[in-house]
Design a protein around this ligand. Sequence first.
Ligand code: ATP
Ligand code: MG
Length: 391
Amino acid sequence: MKKVIIIRYGEIILKGLNRSFFENKLVKHIKNALADMGKPNIYKEHSRIYVDVEDFNENEIIDRVKKVFGVVSISPALRFEVDMELIKKTALEELKRNIDQKNVRTFKVDSKRADKKFPMKSPEISREVGGFLLTNTEDISVDVHNPDVVVKVEIRNEAFVHSKTISGFGGLPLGTNGKALLLLSGGIDSPVAGWLVGKRGVEIEGIHFHSYPFTSERAKEKVVDLAKTLSIYCGALKLYSVNLLPIQKAINEKCPEEEMTILSRRFMMKIAERIAEKSGCDALVTGESIGQVASQTVHSLQVTNAAVNIPVFRPLIAMDKVDIMDLAHKIGTYETSILPFEDCCTVFLPKRPITKPRIEKILKSEALLDVEKLIEEAIADMEKEIISLDE
Ligand code: ATP
Ligand code: MG
């Protein structure tokens, strides 16, 4: 009898000829996630992945595996030779464990016979095991519609018994869909945006703009902390830090005050586009969402978007703030995001930012600046570091 963790994946199964490419990536990411635990045995078998638990910490394995993109669900299970008596005995132990731990009063047995050579059909297996459980327990009854616990029996090349399913985030394994550059501020939205795109298998790099020394060292550390949390899901990530202060000063000097935000946003996009090209990123990612602030009206988004040619992914575009906050909680970035450190955008915040910028007018203002030189200088001054959890 072996303690295992069953890992299920969904969408990958639809990938036809590419399927093994996706599966192998997923196995690799699960191995990476568990690497420092002492290398438990991890293998693929009949459209599922298994981890042999042995002496390893089961809860820790589950906690790590459920954060790997592509994993749909996980069940801790017992795995053993196909033998009806053993199945009944193991199912009984599983039910008793539930009774002890969770005050379970009703149950149901759910069987699946993947090996059609096994002589009993699924409903017969459920009936027989269910009957055995009833006779060997007290004060507990069967409820097929709304049971407190479902004891699952699976007959494949071996038998499996389990009663708990933990959801993963789904999505596709990292590195199956190119690479994108995330504009990472210290706010709530951008880390969530990066996480969502990463969940579709896209590798992520980050770029952050600060206004040091107007913004503090702590504000920068906050962004590093957010990148660290993202790295749990997205792997070690490159983070570029660019000082926007000289650009903001130039805008402040030469352009109308109310255009400060939109003009700096265009600079951010242009700089990010250059870095993306250099580092092999195929798209930019931002945390913009329609109507959230003045720089995110549809008009403003249009003007920001017109600054670049590279595709810009905005996964939060139609999401409400409460839903974004919900996700931030789930992925673990919320607490860091709400720390009160100033952002570069707040340093020169106009009193009344325009909400309906006209592209012709913005281009005229931009023409008052030496855009190329400002961009080149900002990039020359840029810092780069690799962020991972264990730093
Ligand atoms: P967030 O919560 O992500 O900070 P926000 O609601 O504060 O977003 P804005 O300040 O308008 O919105 O920024 C919109 C998007 O522009 C951000 O989601 C992010 O992708 C990018 N951005 C804004 N400020 C910065 C910055 N200092 N560095 C990098 N990207 C930024
Ligand atoms: Mg922000």
